[in-house]
Design a protein around this ligand. Structure first.
Ligand SMILES: [Zn+2]
Length: 879
C-alpha cells in the first residue's frame, strides 16, 4: 500500500525549502508516539479454525450503491469441540447462515457475526459456512458515480481491504494471521468489466438482467485483506513479462498512455524475480486505475489498484514518472502477498521492503546516483517525522488502529534498515539472506524474528544487536565528528561521539561505519566499529588528505555534525564521486560562507552531472541569504537544463525577499516546459513577497495542469505571500465541484492565511466533514495551523464519527497542537517577526563579509585604519 497519491507529496523529498535531513539540524526529537487513553496494545486473534477457501458470490447494484451476496468460507476446526464462531462484519444485513445447506442460528453483535454451529466439530473436520447478506458499505467497497458537483466522474466500484476493511463488504476473518485460496464471482451491469485476484475462469452473459458475471479464482493462498474487486467500463491493454501475463485496465481513451505510464513493468518483474531468487508467484499481474482512490496504490494479489493520477500526461513525463509507485506495488507481490506480515505490528516486512525495492529498481534502471538520492530522501522523510512528530520503534503493537503505524517509520525507516543490512552483510550475503527468507517463507505469514533467523541460517551472522537498536527500539545516532591532521607523523585522526540522548527508547548505537580518505594517490577506505559514546580513530596516510568522508555512500541512518576544513569541502563538492558527499559538502560550505563558496556552489548548480546535486547546491545558495549568493542563483538559472535541477534553483530563489529574485522567478511562474518548475516558481514567488506576485499567482490559479500541480504551487505561493486578498479566491477553490486535487492545497493555504478570521474558521469547520478523505485530512491540518480553540468541537466530532483511522489520528494530533499552542499564539507571532528581522540583518552582514572577502588583500583595511567604530545597530553586534 502506498499512502500518498499526489505528485507534490514527493516534492519535499526531492528539492524544496525543507531543511536538509543530513545535518545535525534534525537532532531534535518529537513526542512519544502512543497517545494516552487512546492507544493500547494489540494482539492477533486466536485461530479457532483454519480458513481454507473464501468464495464470494456477489452482485453490485450501482444505482443503490448496494451489494448482495453469499460469502462462503471453507473452514476446518483447529481443536476438537468447536461449536461456535465469530466473523468480522460491520453494517452488513445478515439474511441467513448455512452449514452444508442447513440454516444455523446466528446473532449480530456490534462488529461481529456470531454463529452457533449446532454441534461440536472435530479437529481437522472441514465444513462450509455460507453467509447470505446485503449492505451499503461505508468502507471496504466504494461506488464512484457522477453527481451534480462532478458530472464527469466515472461509474466504478472498487474495494480496499487493507488494513481491516474487508469486513465492511463481506463477513470474514479479517486479520492477516492466516491465508486461504479465494474466489470472486461478481455480477455487474453490462458493459462493465470486473477485475479480481488470480485467473478468470469464465464470464457469463445474463441476458435477462443485462448483466454479466465474472468468475475469478485465486488458487494459491493469500491473506484476506488482499482480496479485490474492481468494476468499471475499462479498456484492457495486454502485455507480457516472460511467461507472466500483464494486464493494464485504464479508462477508455487512455490506452495510448499505457506505454508511457507502465512501460517499465516487464523489466521490474524480471528484475525483482532475479534479485530475490523467487519467481513471480501469481497467475497474472494486472494494474487497474480507479478514480478517487483513498491511497496511492494497493497491492491486491495479482491485481494492483492504483490512483488514476498515475496516468500522467506527456508534459508531466518530461520530469516525472510513477515508476516508484508501480515498483512499490509490484514488490509487494513478493513482500506482503507471498510473505505476509503475521500481525500489523510487523507491517514493515511489507512496507519497508516495498519501499526499498522501489529504490533498488531505480538503482538498476537509473543508476547509483538516483538510488542514493532517493535513499537520502527516505532518510529525510523519516527524520522529519522523528523530529517533528514522534519517535517510535518500527515494531510496535501499541496504536489505536493499525493504519496509525503506516507512517515514515514503517516505510522510509524500514527501507533504510534494509539498506543498512545490505551494508553490514555486504551485497552477496544480503541477497543470499533475502533469497533464503523469500524461499523459506513463501506462502506463509512472517514476523520480524523470521527475517532475523533467515539471515542467521543463510549467512551465520547473528544480527540480534542490529534488530534491537534499529527495529525494536527507536531513533538513530547523532554523530559529532572532529578531524585533525598531524603532519609530523602523517596521521589523520577522527574523533566520533554519539550525542543522542540514550534512554529506554534510543540506544547508544553499535554500528560499523566506513571512513574514507582521498589523497593524490587515490582513496583509502577503512571500516571502523562504533559502539561507544566516544572514539578516536587514527589513520596513517602517505600524505595530507584532500578529502575525508565519514560513511561514504551514506549507508547509515544518522545525523552528522562535522566541519572539515573549507579546502577539503571545496574539493569534495567538486570531486567526490558519491552524490551524497557532494550534497553534504554543499550544505557544510553554505554555513561557512564566503565568495569562494558562492563561486563553487554556483559552478555545481550549473555544471554538476547529477540534477540532485545541482538542486541541492542551489538550495545551499538559498540558505546563505546574501546578495552575492542570490546573484549567483539568478545568473545560474538560465543555464540549468534538467527541469528537476531548475526546480531546485527556483525554489532557492524563494529564500530571497528581493525584487531581483522575484523578477527572475516571474517568467518561470508564468510558463516553463515543466509543470513542476512552474509550480515551484509560483511557490517561491509567493515567498519573495514581491508586490507583483499576487497578479502572477492569480493567473497561475487559472491554469489547468496534470493533477493540479500548478494550482497547488500557486496556492502555496498565495499562502506564503500572506496577502489576505487571496482568501476569497482560495475559498472558491476549496468548494465541491473543483478538482479534488486542488481543494487540498487551497484549504491548506486558507489555514495559513486565515488566522483570526472568523469566516475562514467557519468555512473550514464545515469542510472537516467533507465526503472526500483528502479534503478532510487537509482541513484538519489547516485547522491545526490556524490554532484556534474554537475549531476543537468540530475536530472532536469528526474524530468520533469518521471511519478512517488516518482522520482520527490526524484529528487527535491537531487538537493536541491547538491546545498546546493556544497560549502561545502571540509569542509565536512576535518570534516570527523577530526571526524575519534577524534574517534580514543577517543577510546584510553576510553581504558586507562577502564584499570584504572579495577584495584583494592589499585593499583590505588594516585594523588600525578601520573607521572609528560608530555605535552599530544592536542586531549587528549580536550577530
Ligand atoms: Zn506498500
Amino acid at each position: 500500500m502506498l499512502l500518498r497519491p499526489f505528485p507534490w507529496d514527493d516534492l519535499p523529498a526531492l528539492c524544496d525549502s525543507f531543511r536538509c535531513g543530513h545535518s545535525a539540524e534534525w537532532a531534535a526529537r518529537g513526542k512519544p508516539f502512543a497517545m494516552p487513553g487512546v492507544d493500547k496494545p494489540h494482539y492477533p486473534p486466536d485461530r479457532l479454525c483454519d480458513v481454507r477457501h473464501i468464495k464470494l458470490e456477489v452482485a453490485l447494484d450501482f444505482k443503490r450503491k448496494r451489494i448482495t451476496g453469499v460469502a462462503s468460507h471453507t473452514l476446518a476446526a483447529v481443536n476438537d469441540g468447536l461449536a461456535a464462531l465469530d466473523l468480522d462484519s460491520i453494517d452488513l444485513d445478515i439474511k441467513a447462515v448455512r452449514l452444508g445447506g442447513k440454516p444455523l442460528a446466528f446473532d449480530v453483535r456490534q462488529d461481529k457475526l456470531h454463529v452457533e454451529l449446532g454441534r461440536p466439530c472435530k479437529a481437522g473436520e472441514e465444513f462450509v459456512l455460507a453467509v447470505q447478506y446485503e449492505g451499503s458499505p461505508r468502507r471496504g467497497l466504494y461506488f464512484n458515480a457522477p453527481d451534480k458537483h462532478y458530472p464527469r466522474r466515472p461509474l466504478q466500484a472498487w474495494t480496499q481491504g487493507e488494513d481491516m476493511d474487508s469486513r465492511f463488504w463481506y463477513p470474514c476473518f479479517d486479520f492477516p494471521n492466516q491465508k486461504a485460496t479465494s474466489e470472486v464471482i461478481a455480477t455487474v451491469p453490462e458493459p462493465f468489466v470486473v477485475l479480481s485476484n488470480g485467473h478468470l475462469v469464465k464470464t457469463t452473459k445474463n441476458a435477462r438482467g443485462k448483466t454479466r458475471t465474472y468468475h475469478w479464482l485465486q488458487d494459491k493462498p493469500h491473506a484476506n485483506y488482499l482480496i479485490t474487486l474492481v468494476a468499471g467500463d475499462y479498456a484492457q491493454v495486454k502485455g507480457k513479462a516472460g511467461s507472466v501475463p500483464l494486464d493494464y485496465y485504464v479508462p477508455k481513451g487512455s490506452e495510448k498512455d499505457v506505454e508511457r505510464v507502465f512501460g517499465r513493468t516487464p523489466e521490474m518483474v524480471r528484475f525483482f524475480a532475479s534479485k530475490i531468487g523467487v519467481p513471480y508467484a501469481w497467475d497474472k499481474y494486472a494494474q487497474v486505475v480507479v478514480a478517487d482512490f483513498i491511497f496511492g496504490g494497493m497491492e491486491n494479489t495479482s491485481a494492483t489498484t492504483l490512483t488514476d493520477t498515475a496516468l500522467f500526461d506527456k508534459r508531466a513525463g518530461l520530469d516525472y514518472d510513477v515508476d516508484g509507485l508501480i515498483a512499490h506495488e509490484l514488490a509487494h507481490q513478493w513482500w506482503g502477498d507471498l510473505l505476509t506480515c503475521h500481525s500489523w505490528s510487523h507491517a514493515w516486512l511489507n512496507e519497508g521492503f516495498a519501499t526499498y525495492f522501489d529504490a533498488l529498481f531505480k538503482e538498476h534502471h537509473r543508476g547509483v546516483d538516483e538510488f542514493r538520492y532517493q535513499m537520502l530522501g527516505n532518510a529525510r522523510g523519516y527524520m522529519m517525522e522523528d523530529a517533528g512528530r514522534y519517535r517510535r520503534p518500527i515494531v510496535t503493537n501499541v496504536y489505536a488502529e493499525p493504519i496509525d503505524i503506516f507512517d515514515r517509520h514503517l516505510y522510509e525507516k524500514g527501507s533504510l534498515v534494509l539498506h543498512m543490512l545490505r551494508f553490514v552483510l555486504g551485497d552477496d550475503l544480503f541477497w543470499k539472506a533475502l533469497g533464503h527468507y523469500g524461499r523459506a517463507f513463501r506462502g506463509k505469514t512472517v514476523v520480524t524474528k523470521d527475517l532475523e533467523r533467515s539471515i542467521e541460517q543463510a549467512t551465520g551472522r547473528d544480527l540480534s544487536w542490529f534488530f534491537d537498536e534499529w527495529v525494536y527500539k527507536g531513533g538513530h545516532p547523532n554523530f559529532k565528528l572532529a578531524y585533525a591532521w598531524d603532519d609530523a607523523t602523517k596521521t589523520a585522526s577522527l574523533s566520533v561521539s554519539q550525542t543522542q540522548e540514550v534512554d529506554s527508547l534510543t540506544s547508544l548505537f553499535r554500528m560499523p561505519v566506513d571512513v574514507a580518505f582521498t589523497t593524490s594517490q587515490g582513496e583509502r577506505v577503512t571500516r571502523v566499529q562504533i559502539e561507544q559514546k566516544e572514539h578516536t580513530f587514527s589513520f596513517p596516510l602517505p600524505e595530507k588528505p584532500l578529502m575525508v568522508r565519514f560513511d561514504p555512500g551514506n549507508w547509515v541512518l544518522k545525523t552528522v555534525d562535522f566541519s572539515p576544513p573549507k579546502e577539503m569541502l571545496l574539493h569534495q563538492l567538486k570531486n567526490d564521486g558519491d552524490v551524497t558527499g557532494r550534497i553534504a559538502a554543499a550544505q557544510a560550505l553554505a554555513k561557512l560562507g564566503g565568495q569562494d563558496v558562492i563561486t563553487a556552489l554556483k559552478e555545481a548548480v550549473v555544471k554538476d552531472g547529477f540534477w540532485g546535486v545541482q538542486a541541492e547546491a542551489a538550495r545551499a545558495l538559498g540558505q546563505m541569504k546574501s546578495d552575492a549568493a542570490m546573484q549567483a542563483l539568478i545568473e545560474a538559472l538560465p543555464k540549468v537544463a534538467p527541469p528537476k535541477a531548475r526546480r531546485g534553483v527556483v525554489g532557492a530563489l524563494g529564500e530571497y525577499k528581493d525584487e531581483a529574485a522575484a523578477s527572475a522567478l516571474l517568467p518561470f511562474a508564468g510558463r516553463d516546459k515543466s509543470y513542476f518548475v512552474e509550480a515551484e516558481a509560483a511557490r517561491a514567488l509567493g515567498r519573495t513577497r514581491d508586490k507583483r506576485a499576487y497578479e502572477a499567482l492569480e493567473k497561475a490559479m487559472s491554469r489547468d495542469s496534470y493533477a493540479e500541480v500548478v494550482r497547488a504551487g500557486a496556492c502555496d505561493g498565495l499562502a506564503e505571500l500572506r496577502d489576505e486578498k487571496a482568501i476569497p479566491l482560495l475559498t472558491e477553490w476549496t468548494r465541491q465541484g473543483k478538482p479534488q486535487q486542488a481543494r487540498g492545497p487551497a484549504i491548506m493555504a486558507l489555514g495559513k492565511l486565515g488566522e483570526g478570521k472568523r469566516e475562514v474558521l467557519e468555512h473550514l469547520t464545515e469542510l472537516v466533514n467533507d465526503h472526500w478523505l483528502r479534503v478532510r485530512l487537509s482541513t484538519i491540518e489547516a485547522l491545526a495551523v490556524l490554532k484556534d480553540v474554537k475549531a476543537i468541537p468540530a475536530l472532536d466530532a469528526q474524530v468520533a464519527r469518521d471511519l478512517d483511522g488516518r482522520v482520527k489520528r490526524a484529528g487527535r494530533e491537531a487538537m493536541a497542537r491547538i491546545r498546546e499552542g493556544k497560549d502561545r499564539t502571540d509569542d509565536v507571532k512576535k518570534l516570527r517577526d523577530d526571526f524575519d528581522k534577524l534574517m534580514e540583518d543577517n543577510k546584510k552582514l553576510r553581504d558586507r563579509l562577502d564584499k570584504l572577502e572579495a577584495k584583494p588583500a592589499a585593499e583590505m583595511p588594516k585594523p588600525a585604519e578601520q573607521p572609528a567604530r560608530k555605535p552599530k545597530k544592536a542586531t549587528e553586534q549580536k550577530s
